[in-house]
Design a protein around this ligand. Sequence first.
Ligand code: CA
Length: 235
Amino acid sequence: MSLEQIAPTGPAILVVEDEDALATLINYNLGKEGYRVSLCADGEEALIIIDEKQPDIILLDWMLPTVSGIEVCRRLRQRAETRNIPIIMLTARGEESDRIRGLDTGADDYVVKPFSMSELSARVRAVLRRIRPGLAEDSVRHGDITIDRVAHRVKRGEAEIRLGPTEFRLLDHLMQHPGRVFSREQLLDAVWGQDVYVETRTVDVHIGRLRRALNGGGDGDPIRTVRSAGYALDA
Ligand code: CA
């Protein structure tokens, strides 16, 4: 089996949690469900990672070294680039006033420790479904393109489009974020995985194949090339 078949393709989730055992457990369980999980144990580091990687969703512990979870949340909500990233707070505090404070600061949901992995996973799915439906559904439509993640089928209008596994993942990733411009490096990380050495030019080759497959019926090119920046699916 090649690397590109086993690397997970799901939403990128950043887990900010300083309890090692809990972080490991979350990593294992969400990874098994196909999420691309990154771990971080410190509030200040989290802010740097979020700037670099723009995760699709963040699990944020309340009590953290350096900068607290609630402060991380507050800072993320102040900036346009990070304002809309869904955040679920992990908290040991059960006090109603603390929960309200968490939601006031801009968290989308919270889970009170101790929680089960199935509860956490249900909350993550629910928040994604509510805020970023393109990431959570089995079937996603954008314009005249439909992608079925379970059956691995793509249609443009009524026409079936045949794609290789890499082109499928590229299209899936672009469809999760219509209108957003991705650099070649970002597409490599998301589609090929972060630990795989592939030349950035490879991205151009696969984008070319994806374009030819999608545009075979002469329906116009939905993929926009942004000079010196990268690629986007037209919003
Ligand atoms: Ca903690």
